[in-house]
Design a binder for this molecule. Sequence first.
Ligand code: SAH
Length: 525
Amino acid sequence: MAEYIDHDGAAEDCEVPDLSDTEDDDDEEQWQWMDENADVAVTCLFCDRLMNSVAVTLQHCQANHGVSIPDLVKRHRLGDYGYIKMINYIRSVKCSSDSLKHILDGACPWENDDYMKPVLPDDPLLQIDLEELCGPEVMVVGKSDGEQLTDLLVRSQQAEERALRSEEALAMAMQDLHKLKLLAQDLVLNADTTRVSSAAGPIAELREDEDEAYFSSYGHYSIHEEMLKDKVRTESYRDFIYLNQDVFKDKVVLDVGCGTGILSMFAARAGARKVIGVDQSEIVYQAMDIVRLNNLEDTITLIKGRIEEVNLPVDKVDIIISEWMGYFLLFESMLDSVIYSRDMYLAEGGSVYPDRCNISLAAVGDAQKHQDRIAFWDDVYGFKMTCMKKAVVPEAVVEVLKPETLISEPSVIQTIDCNTARLSDLEFTADFSLKITQSTQCTAIVGYFDISFDGGCGNKVVFSTGPRCTKTHWKQTVFLLEEPVAVQSGQDLPGRVTVRKNRKDPRSLLVTFDLAERKLTYSLQ
Ligand code: SAH
């Protein structure tokens, strides 16, 4: 309802009864809110008195006629229209205060819409605010069903808008949080890089108990069985050693991480004068038996211990052989130990084998696999589990890739020469560009490595762990993209990759891709 309307001068002519005698303190408080709107001419509802304010009039009705208008509003649950009709009804039928008191609940005689018409022009009693008169809670119950429904709808709409705004704000906060997380991750990883490039590096610094799980995994025969049965791997070492006997003849050879002793025995058979095999895992005790079984104990000496901690029976060696490669080449960080051995024990002019290693990437288009691993979470037995993608995507997958899903030429992102590499080369950032060979969706990036026994060998030996070659136990490493990227045949798909050790576990890797304006970090563990 509107504010009170001023009736210029009217109040001066009014007979204003002195009600002070009849007022008690509570009443004063009850009507106080209307005093600021005084100075209008208001006719009493039940007699001819004119008063100068609505408050005084209502107070007069209660005190002199025993009718509390706010009580009536509450009792009959009147809304704005109901109240107007009641005032006009009282004025038009001049009903007595007594008859008003006896009207039954829900049987209001002013229901007719004719009572919407004011009986007195500019009646100030029709211009009061019901909420102020009776309090806000009455407004809800005081309304008709239709009005209440409209009220509820408006309120629920407002609540919905507020919820939407809150959701948007929350989503933005989550995004900020995610950016902060990446920033913090970057800061932590970068801050530690200096430590890695220092002399020994974290693998050499690892305490025995910290690395226990790693070496105990090599204590079981099964992992060695798998490696020995990987013909691509083992025959490459064998062929390199047997086909280049001149390289080994009368040399002192160090086999870093000898396992079952297979490489030591190849070297011994190829004519090495002395072979020293070192391994920290329990498998070395089997190797000792194996060496004896093959009557090679005069040539081969086996030592149990970490290469970083043992005392070798020689100061220098001519050749270092080792099979140190992990998934995506650098997983396990065993190359750290080979570099350590080289710097510690390799004689001037000596060689490390294998020597040259490449890490390559290629684009993959495999909608089926993407569906199986990522879109799967959109609807699981009728439930959304999309949040799971955040856990699934960042874990690189070691699996054999179908060569027909390759959709680009490979691109070498890092070349390592074991004769010259430093620890700092094992963590790197490289820009790459993948030449796309098919117009489709790129759903993943695959990583793998190639190994060569090269320097000083008349018969070079090379093998690859790529998806187009015979599969090895290293398989390939697949980095799934959460959102596939549309690519066109002939285009270059540019990107940047960063490979780092995980500071929490230096034997595992973190691989970050900047690709198609997205940054994705994968762990390999
Ligand atoms: N040379 C064997 C085994 C290769 S697996 C073969 O070709 O079949 C790697 C081996 O290196 C494991 O047995 C592991 O225990 C050992 N190894 C890894 N890091 C080592 C380290 N720092 N010191 C000693 N042994 C290590």
